[in-house]
Design a protein around this ligand. Sequence first.
Ligand SMILES: Cc1cc2nc3c(=O)[nH]c(=O)nc-3n(C[C@H](O)[C@H](O)[C@H](O)COP(=O)(O)O)c2cc1C
Ligand SMILES: Nc1ncnc2c1ncn2[C@@H]1O[C@H](COP(=O)(O)OP(=O)(O)OP(=O)(O)O)[C@@H](O)[C@H]1O
Ligand SMILES: [Mg+2]
Length: 461
Amino acid sequence: MEIDKAIRESDDRRLKTKYNNAIYVIQRALALYSTEEVAFSFNGGKDSTVLLHLLRASFYLHKAGKDNFTEDPGAGEFTFPIRTIYFESPSAFPEINSFTYDTATTYKLQMDIIRLDFKSGLEALLRAKPIRAIFLGVRIGDPTAVGQEQFSPSSPGWPPFMRVNPILDWSYSDVWAFLLTCKVQYCSLYDQGYTSIGSINDTVPNSLLSVSNSSNGKEKFRPAYMLPDGRLERAGRVKKLSSWPLSAISNGVKNEDSHWKGKFTASVIAVGDEILFGTIENQMGSTLCRKIHSIGWAVSQLAVTRNDVDYVAEEVERRKSANDMVFMYGGFGPLPSDITLAGVAKAFGVRMMLQLPEGIAELLHHEQLRTPLIKCQNVVILSATNVGELDPEWHCLIELMRSNGSLVITEPFVSKRLETTLSYVEAAQPLSEISIKFPDIYIVVIVNQEMGLSSLLLKER
Ligand SMILES: Cc1cc2nc3c(=O)[nH]c(=O)nc-3n(C[C@H](O)[C@H](O)[C@H](O)COP(=O)(O)O)c2cc1C
Ligand SMILES: Nc1ncnc2c1ncn2[C@@H]1O[C@H](COP(=O)(O)OP(=O)(O)OP(=O)(O)O)[C@@H](O)[C@H]1O
Ligand SMILES: [Mg+2]
């Protein structure tokens, strides 16, 4: 078998060790799960291309170990037995799409094309098929590798399956040593200076591979395997605004809800038994909503949870993917009941290290704040415990995030407040007419017992 042979004949001892270890992880997984219970997540990227060939080699070795094994199947003669899944997105590079499809044909992959987001797609897959483990080409250093091991259960809030990461400990140069030693095809973009490939919206060739071309002034790039320092693999990823969903960056529209179309959305999560006991009012919540509105963002939810790690994790897990930003307060400090950070860590599937979620906690220092603010991807944890403390903290947060380009401040809504002494029922008719005639106006009705009724008419600028 060409892969196994190429590695055995190579004198690269490090590559041999990496190869043997990865094969061992795959064999362990195949001993734990039947072929029907595993899937391979393939996206035409270099890491998943490595994994494809490791899986092929594993199956060959598995078969070779059997008594009745005689021939060595060439690339086209051997049907790859594992269900392969590809999440195809409209923002994928055409070169990635065509390489993925061509590879599927060459190696006879039974490939399911999924046109849903990862989570919904996996939910549907696991409902339809008995999949229990999925092979991924995740490597240490990938943002998504944080907290993962070779066998890592899917994160809380995700459908239950085992993530199997056979090349987790491979470096960038190990990947290229393997692809070049085995002389296998890889996506053509890697020969044009791309070193790590996301979507067309967030990936450009790595400028560290640039070679100036004086003859026609056009920039040219060396191939990806020539990158001298693998730590700079992601230098071609265009800086995302913090780590917000790409949809929000590319077109300014995250939420498809017609009222909030065009707006960035945030969720607010308060952590506090004292609010749920009714001992204190949640004034911080309404103040924070006002502040968020004042920067032109929409608040999609204001939630209060118990001081309980699982409750917090579940809420954060749900809100972080549905919103551009999540703001949290309460449950933050030195007491045993201060579990907000542990809940955030659990939501991201990472451990706590030195009292912070490992690998994802960013400390935002500001000279006017005694302690730094904590940001974990798109979740900001505020330390303010009352409205008085919130004002300066918010001011510093906005200043910091604006200066590092991680916050887009848009025009606030234009709002008009109408007050009337009409009853709710009487006002319903004219308000419905307004909303039909002006669909871009969002109407909030406020019923006030003493003064009757008022309506807030909100419109985007
Ligand atoms: C098969 C598969 C399983 C995944 N499982 C998880 C998971 O358990 N938890 C999680 O937070 N993300 C999971 N993801 C999402 C990835 O961590 C990550 O968001 C995705 O690969 C996109 O990375 P990118 O935003 O850098 O392109 C999974 C993705 C795939 C394809
Ligand atoms: N759209 C997708 N469809 C299927 N699997 C995917 C998809 N995106 C990511 N994955 C899985 O996640 C792994 C890690 O993705 P990542 O982008 O880090 O690596 P890659 O795409 O293989 O290579 P590169 O780092 O060069 O982009 C992939 O190897 C693959 O297993
Ligand atoms: Mg990729």
